[in-house]
Design a protein around this ligand. Structure first.
Ligand code: KG4
Ligand code: ZN
Length: 341
């Protein structure tokens, strides 16, 4: 059994997690979100500086929670892409320092594979085949998965423009709500009417690609015209359009590929309405739905340690200490830059 230290710094969360044999032993998280709020989005240099300051305290806290020390670690896994370049570099530098000092292997991990692997910490190993819907601040993808550590990842469809989380953040801004928009819209929509306005469902019945920029513009035009509805009803109607498209395409992908398990991951998977509608539609279609608890949906270190754990179990070669940040790494495999590939 290998004990893996995972480090995540691709955006504004410094995440550290310790995983062994599919089990989460300890984790710590520090967010610089509050420092970005007044800019309406993440400022890379502020995020990178915050990662630098939070790294050692987070690693120490994760070790304390796990009841182990650095000498017990067998491998280090780190997000090496995609993400903000300077933010990624801070985590990679820390991971290399631990790997070098402890004499342990280093694994560069794809951030989105981390979002998928997070679910294994709560619901156990993935079945041999599954469909994953990844919905985060930077990505929206429908994927066909085999063995996450061994097999190439097949993209069924991605977003053509805004990511789902980005749409939540931009629409929140249009509605005068604070950043990040997703959690706020989720909260105020709970007591509102999602059928108040019928916003467009772009590309609903054409393939597995997504487009959310038209929806964002529709909300902006609605607001410009001086809407009569409460902000919460506009937010709920927008959320309903996003959730409708995401769940419709995800269920369709499962049925078309004869897959009986749908996994939803990434920050937007924390959305309560998405979880509810996905549960209803999956139950109706005979599909098993897997969504990790909200803390495992948003960025964290445990998800990266979970990928490292799977890579080691699959005998994947580690990365070299020359591992570099790849800010726009395409998602083709869970591991990035393994030696010799
Ligand atoms: O996965 P994540 O933590 O970071 C990225 O890798 O991007 O996702 C962050 C995104 C943000 O756009 C945020 O607004 C959205 O996830 N988000 C939500 C919720 N919680 C976070 N969107 C909708 N509903 C939520 N409850
Ligand atoms: Zn993420």
């Amino acid at each position: 059994m290998a004990i893996v230290l995972g480090i995540e710094t691709s955006c504004d969360e410094t995440g550290v997690g310790i995983v062994a044999d599919g089990r989460l032993l300890g984790a710590a998280l520090s967010s610089s979100m509050g420092e970005h709020a007044r800019f309406g989005g993440v400022v890379p240099e502020i995020a990178a500086r915050a990662h630098l300051e939070a790294m050692v305290p987070c690693v120490t806290a994760a070790f304390e929670q796990a009841g182990i020390g650095p000498s017990d670690v067998d491998a280090i896994a780190v997000t090496s892409g995609p993400g903000l370049a300077t933010a990624l570099q801070t985590g990679i530098a820390a991971a290399k320092a631990y790997a070098l000092a402890l004499g342990k292997p280093l694994y560069g991990v794809h951030h989105l594979a981390g979002h998928v692997a997070a679910d294994t910490l709560e619901h156990g190993p993935l079945p041999p085949r599954s469909v994953a819907l990844i919905v985060s601040g930077g990505h929206t993808s429908l994927l066909l998965l085999g063995d996450l550590a061994r097999d190439p990842i097949v993209h069924l469809g991605d977003t053509r423009d805004d990511a789902a989380g980005e749409a939540f953040d931009k629409v929140a801004r249009i509605l005068g709500l604070p950043y990040p928009g997703g959690p706020v819209i989720d909260r105020i929509a709970r007591d509102a009417n999602p059928g108040e306005i019928s916003f467009p469902r772009a590309m609903l019945d054409s393939g597995y690609e997504f487009s959310f920029s038209g929806l964002k513009s529709a909300v902006a035009r609605h607001v410009e015209r001086g809407f009569g509805q409460a902000v919460a009803d506009v937010a709920a109607s927008f959320q309903e359009a996003v959730v409708d498209v995401l769940t419709h395409k995800a269920v369709k992908a499962c049925l078309a590929h004869d897959v009986d398990t749908l996994l939803i991951a990434g920050g937007v998977a924390a959305n309560s309405r998405l979880r509810q509608v996905a549960a209803e539609r999956c139950a109706a279609a005979g599909i098993t739905l897997r969504v990790p608890r909200p803390q495992l949906c948003t960025d964290n270190g445990a998800m990266i340690a979970a990928v490292g754990d799977l890579l080691i179990a699959a005998d994947t070669p580690p990365s070299s200490l020359a591992l570099a940040a790849d800010p726009s790494a395409p998602l083709t495999r869970a591991s990035l830059n393994p030696c010799g590939i």
